[in-house]
Ligand binder design. Structure first.
Ligand code: RB5
Length: 143
């Protein structure tokens, strides 16, 4: 799968780990930065990832900041993005089954990094259920 990745400095270390993991699994990764641990602004990176997904450069996106909060807010400002901040396997599963999340947000400073990879794995391998959830997602996309 083609996946866009972006983080600020608070998510940089986890982004690098997620990138290696995805490449090992054979995914095609577009790394939108940041590229160092120097302090930077999460809104730019959330926006860049959201826009990459909406343009069709990537099927899905993964955004990471310290808590995952700021960068998820930024990604969700892009029309058509459904970015879910996930801290558990269940949230990752439900964000796909019910919300058809096209971006997942992670907190590099709050998740144990090996566990974050498990969250990513579940999220990538769970399909949207459609049915009654489609109408709700359509409502979201019309907002
Ligand atoms: C950066 O210090 C931090 O505020 C950012 O990574 C993120 O946690 C914001 O929501």
């Amino acid at each position: 799968m083609k996946i866009a990745l972006a983080s600020d400095h608070g998510g940089f270390e986890l982004k690098e780990k997620v990138k290696s993991y995805l490449q090992t699994k054979g995914h095609d990764v577009i790394d939108l930065g940041c590229y160092t641990e120097e302090s930077t602004d999460y809104p730019e990176y959330g926006k860049a990832c959201g826009e990459a997904v909406i343009r069709g450069d990537a099927e899905r996106g993964i955004v990471i900041c310290g808590t995952g909060i700021g960068i998820s807010i930024a990604a969700n400002k892009v029309k058509g993005i459904r970015c879910a901040l996930c801290t558990s396997l269940f949230m990752a599963e439900m964000s796909r089954k019910h919300n058809n999340a096209n971006i997942i947000a992670l907190g590099g400073r709050i998740l144990e990094h090996d566990f974050a990879l498990n969250i990513v794995e579940v999220w990538l391998n769970t399909d949207f259920e459609g049915g009654r959830h489609q109408r709700r997602v359509d409502l979201l996309d019309r907002m």
